[in-house]
Structures are given as structure tokens and as C-alpha cells.
Unconditional design. Structure first.
Length: 256
């Protein structure tokens, strides 16, 4: 620990300095604890799929297996390797953001046609789960964004909307223009997020239901990446949610 032994707080400059140093030491200890916890969670996230990969590789090597059984095990191995690959990709993005080497290259984009192409990309995934995806965008506004990074933002939000929605529900993307601000809403009718979890969902590795994570396949990194990208564009992101009613994410950007 970064422990400091300082003179008793007095009411002069020395006292002020001593309490600043104390605060700094507390912050450093907090960061150290956070880093240790982050590494422990990541190790766990990687160890679990590796355990599956190792176990199923052992089984798949057996001579006695039928081709069908072997294929089944190979498919699991393939999915679990993808899982580790996805995690590493997200971690790499976060590492670049921390080092400020995450490049944003902005260009002027017609917001509606941009969102339209994302809508068409995601529509088949929604259709195949029986969730209705609709788009409401009638404005002609132009925004200055990095289209690749912003696509990542929207795919992430839509991916979550789909993950946490049931069949026959509705997910709506809506774009509005008020004064010089463009707002993008992604609104679902899914499980919702408990009030006590809402303040933390943009934190790294935060997941509401830890036990469900292997089924839904998330690491709790998606929204922290989303927020960092929106912040890097000078925008804001907020969320409103009600249990069993749904969740609405709102991104606001300055128009051109
Ligand atoms: P994950 O990859 O686990 O989905 P995210 O960072 O994208 O991680 O989201 C963090 C947590 O916020 C999720 O684990 C989930 O509990 C909750 N969450 C995010 N989006 C939604 C949504 N649209 N509906 C319900 N819960 C959500």
C-alpha cells in the first residue's frame, strides 16, 4: 500500500498539504485495488472458456467418437475460441483508449442514411429472434463523427437490446433534432435494468446478472467502450430503464 505518515492536520499550509497528500495516497490505493480486481476478473473470463476448450479437445481426440459427436465438440471449441477472441478485441480497444492511441477520424455524415445502413445490418438478427426492429429517422441533419467508431456504438446498443429482449417485443431507433443537437434513441421492451445497477452499467466489467453472462455471452465491457467513444466525440449518453418494461439509451451530439 501507499502508506504515508504525515504530521497531524493543522490549520495552515502544512495542514492543507498534508491532507492533499493523504487524499492522493488514498486515490493510489484505490486505483491499485481496482487494477488488481480488473486483472482477476479478466483472468477468470479467459480461464473459463480455456477450461472448456481443453476439456472438449481431450474428448474430441477419442477414437471411439462418432463423426457427429466429434463435430459437436469441435463446434463448442470454435465458439469458445471466438469468445476469448471477442474479449481480447474489447480489451485491446480499452487499452488503446487508456493510452490515448485510440484514433478517431471524423467526417461529415448524414445521420439518417448512416443509421439506415446500420439498421439494415442488424435487421436480420432481430428478425431471426422474432424481435421487431423499427427505425424512425426523418431529419436531414449532418454530424461530424467517426463512422466506424459510431457504428461500433450502435451495434453494441442494438446487440444489447436484442440480447435482453423477448420474442414479439419492439426495439425502436429514433433520431431527433432539437436546436443544434441531434439525439439518437435506442429503446427496447426488454428485461430492463434495476435502479440500483443503473449508475454502474457504463463501468468496465459491470454486469447486472453475473450468472446469466455465459448464456448471453457478454463481458460487461461493451457499454464502457460505447461511453468512451461517445465522450471522445464530445457527446453524452444517458439511460432510463424500468424492470420488465424496457430500456432507453439516449446519445446526444452537436449537429453541424
Ligand atoms: P455485456 O457485454 O455483458 O452486455 P455491457 O457493458 O454491454 O456488457 O452491459 C452491461 C450490463 O448492462 C449488461 O450485463 C446488462 O446487465 C445491462 N444491459 C445493457 N444493455 C441492456 C439492455 N438493453 N437491457 C437490459 N440490460 C442491459
Amino acid at each position: 500500500d501507499f502508506s504515508v505518515s504525515l504530521p497531524k492536520a493543522s490549520n495552515d499550509e502544512i495542514g492543507e498539504l498534508s491532507s492533499s497528500i493523504q487524499t492522493l495516497a488514498n486515490d493510489l490505493n484505490y486505483l491499485k485495488k481496482e487494477r488488481t480486481e480488473f486483472l482477476a476478473s479478466i483472468s477468470h473470463e479467459i480461464r473459463t472458456p480455456l477450461t472448456y476448450i481443453k476439456g472438449y479437445t481431450d474428448i474430441a481426440r477419442r477414437d471411439s467418437l462418432s463423426e457427429k459427436e466429434r463435430l459437436n465438440y469441435l463446434n463448442i471449441i470454435y465458439e469458445e475460441s471466438n469468445h476469448v477472441g471477442d474479449l481480447l478485441k474489447e480489451l485491446f480497444d480499452l487499452a488503446k483508449m487508456d493510452q490515448n492511441t485510440f484514433s478517431i477520424s471524423k467526417e461529415k455524415v448524414k445521420i439518417c442514411s448512416f443509421i439506415h445502413s446500420i439498421y439494415h445490418k442488424m435487421k436480420p438478427a432481430f428478425d431471426s429472434k422474432g424481435v421487431n426492429l423499427v427505425l424512425d429517422c426523418k431529419i436531414t441533419a449532418i454530424v461530424n463523427i467517426d463512422p466506424n467508431r459510431f457504428e461500433q456504438v450502435l451495434l453494441n446498443l442494438l446487440d444489447n437490446a436484442l440480447k435482453y429482449s423477448d420474442i414479439n417485443s419492439l426495439t425502436k431507433i429514433e433520431i431527433t433534432n432539437e436546436k443544434n443537437f441531434i439525439s439518437i434513441f435506442v429503446k427496447d421492451q426488454g428485461t430492463g435494468i434495476p435502479d440500483e445497477d443503473l449508475p454502474y452499467i457504463f463501468d468496465r466489467l459491470y454486469r447486472v446478472d453475473k450468472s446469466r453472462s455465459r448464456l448471453t455471452g457478454g463481458f460487461g465491457l461493451g457499454l464502457s467502450i460505447v461511453k468512451e467513444i461517445v465522450d471522445a466525440h464530445g457527446g453524452t449518453i444517458s439511460v432510463e430503464s424500468r424492470i420488465d418494461k424496457g430500456t432507453c439509451f439516449k446519445i446526444t451530439l452537436k449537429g453541424q
